[in-house]
Design a protein around this ligand. Structure first.
Ligand SMILES: [Zn+2]
Length: 345
């Protein structure tokens, strides 16, 4: 009897064990499923959803999927997320952002100003003059966006009034915007009075402000890099920084994109670093830029973005004068149907 009862007990126990083992191995388990590859942003969303959902009392699938006691997003995932605005993993990018205190009107670019040697070896600042201009400026913007990098733009005031929407694209892309006079006049000739030089500078900045609907940076570049002493003193009194350059691309003279690339790469190899002067107004520059940026990256050059500590306070008299000058005269405010009547069809 004891043996029979023992046998019965043993078979019940083994049946139970087999059943449990079968259930364990045959039931679906989340951790046996292939790993899901999701971006940091999606993962964060998924984890947030999982955490919000009440954890069921039973069922290892749900519990495993919730991954409790882990931070919602690992720190490195957060860091990656912050950079996800850039779709290009091999982008040139921006290695350093510097903020410029323009008090007293500092000068940059070794071609004229050697006091402020702030760039280290292989550091480069990209600058573009004479825009905004259809096709060419957007081409430059696209090349910069594709490499997730930033530049300084020195637009001409008149061009800003012709194409304010293009200048707003430059601002929306996060680039720094200064000014380059109202009409691209050479301010270092005897023909230009001090008052005229002041008008060119201030009207240029006011035009950029009008186009952007926001104050530009107190960054200025003289047309043809012609720095007149009186105008320099005036810029100093207005706390506006003056930009010359270290590398002149001479892109306005180049016969094609290749010539611009070769000129810049040869000169930058010699200087080792510096502010590169280009023109978003020039068609060849937009064409050269994708390859030029790739070559800079391959050469180990790093982009420094220059930002102003404070925006420029434009002068109200120039802002007001420009608004008056730009205003389209309104001859009639009457509605169309009071002016034009159909009398015969
Ligand atoms: Zn220019």
């Amino acid at each position: 009897m004891r043996n029979a009862a023992g046998l019965m007990l043993a078979s019940v126990v083994s049946a139970l064990v087999i059943a449990v083992v079968w259930f364990w191995t045959a039931s679906p388990r989340a951790d046996a499923a292939p790993p899901q590859t999701v971006s940091a942003r999606q993962a964060e969303k998924l984890l947030a959803t999982a955490a919000a959902r009440p954890v069921p009392a039973r069922g290892d699938v749900e519990v495993t999927a919730a991954i409790p006691d882990k931070p919602a997003v690992a720190p490195q995932a957060k860091a990656t997320q912050a950079k996800t605005i850039c779709a290009n993993p091999n982008a040139l990018g921006v290695s350093r952002v510097v903020e410029i205190d323009t008090t007293g009107g500092p000068g940059f670019g070794f071609e004229h100003f050697k006091q402020l040697d702030f760039l280290t070896d292989k550091e480069v600042v990209l600058t573009f003059d004479d825009g905004p201009w259809p096709v060419n400026t957007p081409a430059v913007l696209k090349a910069l966006a594709d490499e997730c990098t930033k530049a300084i733009f020195f637009p001409i005031g008149k061009h800003a009034t012709y194409h304010p929407e293009i200048l707003r694209q430059v601002a929306a892309a996060g680039h720094t915007i200064g000014a380059h006079t109202w009409s691209h006049a050479n301010l270092n000739t005897k023909k230009i009075t001090d008052q005229q030089a002041k008008d060119e500078i201030e009207k240029g900045f006011s035009a950029v402000k009008m186009a952007l609907g926001a104050a530009p940076s107190p960054f200025f570049r003289f047309p043809e890099l012609q720095h007149g002493p009186a105008a320099m003193a005036y810029l100093g009194s207005r706390n506006i920084a003056t930009f010359s350059c270290d590398v002149d691309s001479f892109d306005f003279r180049a016969k094609d994109a290749t010539q611009i690339i070769n000129t810049v790469m040869t000169k930058i190899a010699k200087s080792g670093k510096g502010i590169i002067l280009m023109h978003d107004f020039q068609k060849h520059t937009g064409e050269a830029l994708p390859e030029l940026l790739r070559r800079l990256k391959a050469g180990g050059y790093k982009i420094v973005q220059m930002k102003a500590k404070l925006p420029l306070q434009t002068l109200a008299e120039y802002d007001d004068a420009l608004v008056k000058e730009m205003k389209v005269p309104v001859t009639s405010m009457r509605p169309v149907n009071s002016v034009v009547q159909t009398v015969s069809e």
